[in-house]
Ligand binder design. Structure first.
Ligand SMILES: [Zn+2]
Length: 97
């Protein structure tokens, strides 16, 4: 932490570049070698991909990782499409009222 900053960790949405508190984002945890999984509570080990909890960012990111070029950005390979499916079904089931 630079200069003793003790505020909540800040994260950046990989889709739109929005910056906010870690808790306000959806986290996708994992590593290129082991694959990625959704981590809505932000507790899983590994690196994190952060997304706004908004349709534009969740759906936009899912669209990106369904394509080989988009998936290669996170070295997801063919598992990118499977993650996109899980992301899409999580998104429709999530209570956002
Ligand atoms: Zn975003």
């Amino acid at each position: 932490m630079p200069r003793g900053d003790r505020r909540l960790p800040r994260r950046t949405c990989v889709h739109c570049g929005n910056v906010g508190d870690k808790a306000s984002f959806l986290r996708i945890a994992g590593r290129p070698e082991t694959g990625w999984e959704m981590d809505p509570k932000g507790r899983k080990p590994g690196r994190g991909i952060y997304l706004c909890r908004s349709a534009a960012c969740v759906e936009g990111f899912a669209r990106r990782i369904r394509t080989p070029k988009g998936a290669s950005r996170w070295k997801m390979g063919p598992s990118g499409a499977a993650l996109a499916d899980r992301l899409a079904s999580w998104w429709v089931s999530e209570d956002r009222s």
